[in-house]
Design a protein around this ligand. Sequence first.
Ligand code: ADE
Length: 239
Amino acid sequence: MRADIVTIFPEYLAPLDLSLIGKARSAGLLDVAVHDLRDWTHDVHRTVDDTPYGGGPGMVMRPEPWGEALDAVFPPGAHLVVPSPAGALFTQRTAHELAAESHLVFACGRYEGIDQRVLDEAAARGRVSEISLGDYVLFGGEVAVLVIMEAVTRLLPGVLGNADSLVDESHADGLLETPVYTKPAVWRGREVPDVLRSGDHGRIARWRRAAALTRTAQRRPDLLAALDPAKLSKHDVTT
Ligand code: ADE
């Protein structure tokens, strides 16, 4: 996968060099380029913002540098992602959809956002998704890009050593994942549930299913309500 990220703070994206994303890049599974929006300005102050038409607080990102930037890095066939608190909610489903793309372009807005005409023009010549991480407001899109890139990169073929870790994780089947334990069997007087040490794989699977249902019912009843009834079995119980 190729990812181009346009921002006025390229240093903000430095974590993309680290850890498993960095490894995926070294392994040639992911090709990332970070671009400074100010490289597409032409005035001595490298201006990227101006006051909003209609008045109001804050500044809006000017269309000219964004237009030139997208002319350079958003070719036909790519998918433009614009992080915004006004976007559609980012979920594991969105991560899977984006992981199936061959070229993502991210436009990081700052201040009150990017002039709407930039997004309208981009949508007239390619796919554009405005995506929100949640119902809160960040300073800008950079941290959202880090989150989206991490969720997407771990889904790329060959990135996770053990693809099974994608099967049981939270949200894979619409439920939260179960509590996990490792050695020692007793720690500060707290025991690992007996069933997990029983070696009885059928019992363990039933316990995990019940624990996932219980946790989801307690913490995210909205997920349980949205679950496809076909994904529930008449044998399902909670712990
Ligand atoms: N930019 C500012 N707030 C954001 C949010 N909640 N999600 C994505 N991008 C944002």
